[in-house]
Structures are given as structure tokens and as C-alpha cells.
Design a protein around this ligand. Structure first.
Ligand SMILES: Cc1cc2nc3c(=O)[nH]c(=O)nc-3n(C[C@H](O)[C@H](O)[C@H](O)COP(=O)(O)OP(=O)(O)OC[C@H]3O[C@@H](n4cnc5c(N)ncnc54)[C@H](O)[C@@H]3O)c2cc1C
Ligand code: SF4
Ligand code: SF4
Length: 415
């Protein structure tokens, strides 16, 4: 059934008008600046002075543990698995685990509402924050949209409606702010389902990218960067197309295509969620990072609807990360990217899924690339922010590539 989206509270999917955004420098408009107290950005923002160890301890009972090396990459966790819904949900980004968890929470009466994104009625690629109160309404949230929208601006309306138990589905910069403010929000129970996020940009700019991928960009209904080094496109007429990463028109994008926020954010895998639902280590399936008891409770809700298997890992990431770092340095310095000769691309494009890092090693590769990118771009564009914005775990990730703290960039690695 089509879910209702409107500004009254009679349907299962409720979108409210939100206040205007306060002007901010580095900002992905998570919604805090539109709330009753916009000054809370100072405490809530991951782009100002994030405290990952402190919030990890608050949420999970402990910060990431250096004795468990994968926590350096992915944040604290109890277990990681590959997973797929046995009956994939049509319209979902992968098999729809995220949506199904939301449905189960509502069906079982565990929450009063789920705060998440639906598609904006004027642009199916544009996210729009909504509060969903009935399981059937979750259908409106399925799938990935590109861009950001003020998710957390609906926290105050949720409280005003008397919702005490809330689930929030969000990307890392939204979940950081949510956790930083959690204690003062006054909800009795909060379930947090996070997805990884990287390389996001404003929806308007994303449309320019779609226009480079097809003569009929409006017919593209789905896009995903898969772990087999291909981008999958789906079209309105049911066609599917897989484009090797190397064939993407990335070099035709303007230098400001990705905003500085998304080139420098430090939490790819949403370390403050109860459960992260991604795909990077899934080798074609979904990848779940269960971070605490509440995350396990959320996974348990799926019962035998979900197929679980161990995560795998293969290959070596160092060469790929080094090559990436050299290119980031060139582009940050205004130099053209070192591009592979045209004749070599199809060969390397064929080889990458076969010999490139896979499973957990692929996920580690992407997290290290993002960490490298953060340090290089921030140093170049906002050097004064390096000290407060780059947490210790990021410095530890980039150290093997020769990027170490310089004078004025902060102290001990454990912070
Ligand atoms: C911009 C972006 C980049 C991503 N990059 C990666 C990545 O690099 N690696 C990786 O493993 N996973 C990434 N993901 C997550 C991945 O695309 C899937 O969303 C996730 O694996 C869940 O799949 P699913 O089938 O369970 O989701 P579904 O059941 O289809 O549910 C998707 C959920 O995501 C929410 N959502 C969609 N778009 C947005 C948005 N723009 N902002 C906030 N919430 C949104 C929806 O409201 C819905 O609740 C990214 C997601 C986004 C939004
Ligand atoms: S991202 Fe959120 S917390 Fe940060 S400045 Fe923007 S509105 Fe404020
Ligand atoms: S890439 Fe980072 S900053 Fe940008 S939208 Fe995603 S989580 Fe937020």
C-alpha cells in the first residue's frame, strides 16, 4: 500500500514542516540547528569537537579496544556477520534488513515511532525526514537517497506528540549528534539503526552525476557502489547495468562535487549505532555490525527471516590505499589525477573483483581510504580544525601510510 505522507497525524508516515537552518560552516544539516536550541550544535556536531571515545563509552559501555584490531576500523562491536533477508523486500536498497527491523519494532509495539527518511514527493532521490507510526508505513522509507536532510529536526515534534520510545535510522553525522544529545532528549527508550555513509553530496549535485551516467538520467531508479568494484544502476523499465568503478566519469565531476564535510567525516561505519546495516564486508550480501545488547535485540527481532553467515576476508589493501592516497594528494593540490591508460582499464576492471581485497579486507580498505582523505583535505582546506576534528583512531589508521600528526595537530593517539 502507498503510505501517506502529509502534515497531519492521521497517516502512518508523518512529515512536519521544520524550522530554517542556522548558518553553519561545516554542516550537513542534521537538524539540530533547526531545533528550539540551535546553540546545541556546539556540543552535538561531529564537525566541531567530536568525542568518540566518550560517546562510545556512554553508548556501548566501552570505547573501541586497541586489542581488537578491527575495532580501530569499525568501532566497538560484539559480532559482525553477513546477512540477507530470506525474502528480500522489493524496493529496498539491499534485501531490506533496515526496513524490516523498523517494521518489527512497530509491529511488536516496541516503539511509538520510527524516525527515518522517505523520498521527497518532488524528487525521489531527495531524502525527507519522517516519523512512521505503523509497520506498513516503513515501505515509504525503503531504498537509498543521495543527500542529507534534517532528520533530527523531528525529535522535538516526536516528543510533542508524546512519543516516548523511538527508533532512529540514520547516517553517521546524524547519529553522532543524536548520541551527543541523547541524555537531554528525554526519551524512555531509543533504538539506533545506523547505515555506513561515504561520498554523499547534495541531491542537486547528485543529479549532475546521474546525467553523466545515462542519456536518460530521470529513468535511473537505483544506484549502488557494490563491493565487487562495480556500480549497479537500475532503470524504470526494469533494466540493470553494472559499470566497473574504473569506467565511472569521476574525473568529469567538478572539484567541489563532494562537500568538505563528506570528504572529511571520520565515522564511515556509524560507530555509535546499536546495529550498523551496511554491505562493504558482505561479499554480495549485507553486513551487520552488532555493537551492543540492544543491537542484538534488534537482530533477534528478525528471527528466522534472516540468513546469517560468517564474514570472510581476502587480499591485501596496502597497495590500493597507497595509490588512492597519491591521487588524493594530487587532486587536493590542484593537480590532475593520475589516470590509467584507456587500454588498461578493462583489464584492471576485470582483475579487481578477482584479485582486489574482499570481505572485511575490502571494508578496511575503504575505511583507511576515507581516513587518508580526511587528513589530507582537512590539512589543506581547514588546517585549524585538524586538531579538534580528527580523533585518535583516525591517526592510527593513517600512520602506516606515513601520515602522522604535525605540530599543532594534537597530542596523544588515545584521544
Ligand atoms: C548516502 C549513503 C551512502 C552510503 N554508503 C555506503 C557505503 O559506502 N558502504 C555501505 O556498506 N553502506 C553504505 N550505505 C548504506 C547502504 O546503501 C544501505 O542503505 C544499507 O546497507 C541498508 O540496506 P537495506 O536494504 O537494509 O536498506 P533499506 O531497507 O532499503 O532501508 C534504507 C534506509 O536508509 C535510509 N536512508 C536512505 N537514504 C538516506 C539518506 N540519504 N540519509 C539518511 N537515511 C537514508 C532510509 O530512510 C531507510 O530507512 C550508504 C547509505 C547512504 C544513504
Ligand atoms: S551538522 Fe547538525 S550539529 Fe553540525 S552544525 Fe549542522 S545542524 Fe549543527
Ligand atoms: S559522508 Fe559523512 S558527513 Fe557526509 S553525509 Fe555521510 S556521514 Fe554525513
Amino acid at each position: 500500500m502507498d503510505a501517506y505522507i502529509g502534515d497531519d497525524s492521521t497517516g502512518p508516515v508523518w512529515a512536519a514542516p521544520v524550522g530554517s537552518a542556522a548558518p553553519r560552516d561545516l554542516c550537513t544539516d542534521c537538524g539540530v540547528s533547526r531545533s528550539g536550541d540551535p546553540k546545541r550544535c556546539g556540543k552535538a556536531c561531529q564537525f566541531i569537537a567530536p568525542d568518540y571515545p566518550g560517546l562510545e563509552a556512554q553508548v556501548h559501555g566501552r570505547a573501541r579496544d586497541p586489542a581488537r584490531p578491527d575495532e580501530l576500523f569499525f568501532g566497538p562491536f560484539e559480532r559482525m556477520v553477513r546477512a540477507a533477508l530470506i525474502q528480500p523486500s522489493p524496493g529496498a536498497q539491499w534485501t531490506g534488513i533496515t526496513t524490516r527491523i523498523g517494521e518489527k519494532l512497530l509491529e511488536g509495539g516496541h516503539v511509538d515511532a520510527v524516525l527515518t527518511m522517505a523520498a521527497d514527493p518532488t524528487d525521489s532521490w531527495k531524502p525527507m525526514p519522517v516519523l512512521i507510526t505503523k509497520a506498513e508505513g516503513m515501505q515509504a522509507a525503503r531504498g537509498m537517497r543521495m543527500g542529507y536532510a534534517p532528520l533530527l529536526a523531528l525529535l522535538e515534534p516526536a516528543r510533542a506528540k508524546g512519543y516516548k520510545r523511538l527508533a532512529v535510522i540514520g547516517i553517521p553525522c546524524q547519529i553522532y549528534a543524536l548520541r551527543a544529545l541523547e541524555r537531554e532528549l528525554g526519551f524512555d527508550r531509543l533504538y539506533v539503526i545506523g547505515t555506513p555513509c561515504s561520498d554523499n553530496t547534495a541531491t542537486e549535485k547528485f543529479h549532475d552525476f546521474l546525467a553523466l551516467l545515462s542519456d536518460a538520467p530521470d529513468t535511473i531508479t537505483y544506484l549502488e557502489f557494490r563491493a565487487d568494484y562495480h556500480v549497479e544502476l537500475r532503470f524504470a523499465d526494469g533494466r540493470k547495468k553494472a559499470v566497473p568503478f574504473l569506467q565511472l566519469p569521476i574525473s568529469k565531476l567538478p572539484p567541489d562535487f563532494f562537500p568538505l564535510t563528506c570528504r572529511t567525516c571520520v565515522d564511515y561505519t556509524n560507530a555509535l549505532s546499536d546495529i550498523t546495516v551496511g554491505y562493504m564486508a558482505g561479499q554480495g550480501e549485507q553486513w551487520l555490525i552488532v555493537r551492543n545488547e540492544r543491537g542484538q535485540e534488534l537482530l533477534n527481532l528478525l528471527g528466522d527471516e534472516v540468513r546469517i553467515s560468517p564474514v570472510g576476508s581476502a587480499g591485501k589493501r596496502q597497495g590500493a590505499v597507497k595509490g588512492f592516497m597519491e591521487n588524493v594528494k594530487r587532486s587536493a593540490g590542484g593537480l590532475p589525477l593520475r589516470r590509467m591508460p584507456g587500454w588498461l582499464r578493462p583489464i584492471v576492471g576485470w582483475l579487481m573483483p578477482r584479485i582486489g581485497p574482499k570481505g572485511l579486507e575490502f571494508a578496511r580498505t575503504r575505511v583507511e581510504m576515507k581516513a587518508v582523505e580526511t587528513v589530507i583535505h582537512l590539512r589543506r582546506e581547514e588546517p585549524r580544525r585538524v586538531k579538534s576534528m580528527v580523533p585518535g583512531h583516525v591517526w592510527a589508521l593513517v600512520a602506516p601510510y606515513g601520515l602522522t600528526r604535525e605540530e599543532g595537530e594534537g597530542g596523544e593517539l588515545s584521544s
